[in-house]
Design a protein around this ligand. Structure first.
Ligand SMILES: [Zn+2]
Length: 148
């Protein structure tokens, strides 16, 4: 379709009123893409756009909430698994739904359970080696018998 002077005038008028490209397209009886393209070519970008601002505000928090749960964001059934260093600004909690009766989500329960198990075996090994070294020590002190 061709842009007549009349249509361009109408476009500029509607644009300055703060109408959306969809609304302008409807009024001029053309496609939204045609309006967007013409607006771009005419460089009619400078106008207050409450629609765009609203969208920007609405989009950011939802994207952040999913990944960066702080202690304030946690619900009763939110996974309290800490992610990152508490000293860092990016520190947050997992925040996924917890396994029934557990403080963590199923995935983090698994990690917590495994590391506890590993810790127990490590402690057992440490206790064994401690016993070994203490058993070896008395042999050295037996020398005292040979001294007068
Ligand atoms: Zn989790």
């Amino acid at each position: 379709m061709a842009w007549t002077d009349d249509k361009i005038k109408q476009l500029k008028k509607l644009w300055s009123k703060g109408k959306s490209t969809v609304e302008i397209a409807k009024e001029l009886g053309i496609s939204k893409n045609a309006v967007v393209g013409k607006v771009h070519r005419l460089e009619l970008k400078n106008r207050p756009s409450p629609i765009k601002k609203k969208e920007g505000i609405a989009r950011t928090p939802t994207a952040k909430k999913k990944q960066n749960m702080t202690l304030m964001d946690l619900r009763i059934n939110s996974c309290r698994w800490p992610i990152g260093d508490p000293k860092e600004p990016h520190f947050h909690f997992c925040g996924a739904d917890t396994a029934l009766g557990k403080p963590y989500c199923p995935a983090h329960c698994k990690i917590a359970y495994t590391s506890l198990k590993e810790l127990a075996t490590q402690n057992a090994k440490a206790a064994e080696s401690a016993q070994d070294s203490s058993a070896a020590e008395p042999q050295l002190t037996e020398k005292t018998d040979s001294t007068p």
